[in-house]
Write a protein that binds this ligand. Structure first.
Ligand code: ATP
Ligand code: MG
Length: 231
């Protein structure tokens, strides 16, 4: 098992009452599973992803990532676990604007202390996502689809055991979104990464092994579509 959420609650203090954003969430995800989290706006998808990746802490409950209790770690321990095990893709790409495409892809490797082979690996990954010849471009010199392909290369560069993607095609047109989507699944298959995607796009969700539907902070459906291709 790569990820387990046990009795997760997340609440925020409102003006005169508490706002419950996640309300007793429980699930287990196996290594190499692909999973989509769907649900209406405000249902808690991004919040849940952030908790699973250790970017935020639950109000109560336990999250185990790769056998380690990420919800109970210090910030430094969480950052270290993320560097070793986690990849991320955001809707708005979140590349560092002052670094080139190549340098952006090298960051996770450098954070892992793998600076030595970082350049060769980043070069290979940029080629893999079809951006050979764009290594020295800055994010502002790349289209949205190209930026998302750089962030795909970055997300896979540290060989993550699990990759979280929050609306990875949300800011792209349909055709470009499909290119990014196909690359995401191809790399996922090659590297046997576990893939957790938050999406509004039901076609994208249907390409995963499992769909979890949130509503009002609760899981209202948890459906296996097909068994994981790789174990
Ligand atoms: N820091 C915060 N303080 C108070 N409320 C918050 C905070 N962060 C999120 N929320 C609330 O938590 C709820 C869930 O937000 P979240 O971003 O997880 O939704 P989502 O399902 O990702 O929505 P979308 O599809 O629009 O991205 C929302 O009602 C939001 O207003
Ligand atoms: Mg969201």
């Amino acid at each position: 098992m790569i990820l387990e959420a046990k009795e997760i609650f997340k609440t925020y203090k409102g003006v005169n009452k508490e706002l419950t954003v996640l309300d007793n969430i429980n699930f287990q995800i196996e290594q190499a599973e692909t999973l989509a989290i769907v649900g209406p706006s405000g249902s808690g998808k991004t919040t849940l992803l952030g908790l699973c990746a250790g970017l935020d802490n639950p109000t109560s409950g336990l999250i185990q990532l790769a056998g380690e209790p990420i919800s109970q770690m210090t910030e430094n321990e969480k950052a270290d676990l993320r560097n070793r095990k986690v990849g991320f893709i955001f809707q708005n790409f979140q590349l560092l604007p002052t670094l080139t495409a190549l340098e952006n892809v090298m960051i996770p490797l450098e954070l892992q202390g793998r600076a030595k082979g970082a350049k060769a690996k980043a070069t290979e990954l940029l080629e893999r996502v079809g951006l050979a010849g764009r290594h020295h471009h800055y994010p502002s010199q790349l289209s949205g689809g190209e930026q998302q392909r750089v962030s795909l290369a970055r997300a896979f560069s540290n060989d993550p055991a699990i990759l979280f993607a929050d609306e990875p095609t949300g800011n792209l047109d349909e055709e470009t979104g499909l290119i990014v989507e196909n690359l995401l699944f191809e790399l996922n298959q090659e590297m046997k990464t576990t893939l957790v995607i938050v999406t509004h796009d039901l076609e994208l969700a249907n390409k995963t092994n499992r769909i979890i539907k949130l509503k009002g902070g609760k899981i209202i459906h948890d459906q296996f579509i097909k068994t994981a291709a790789i174990k």
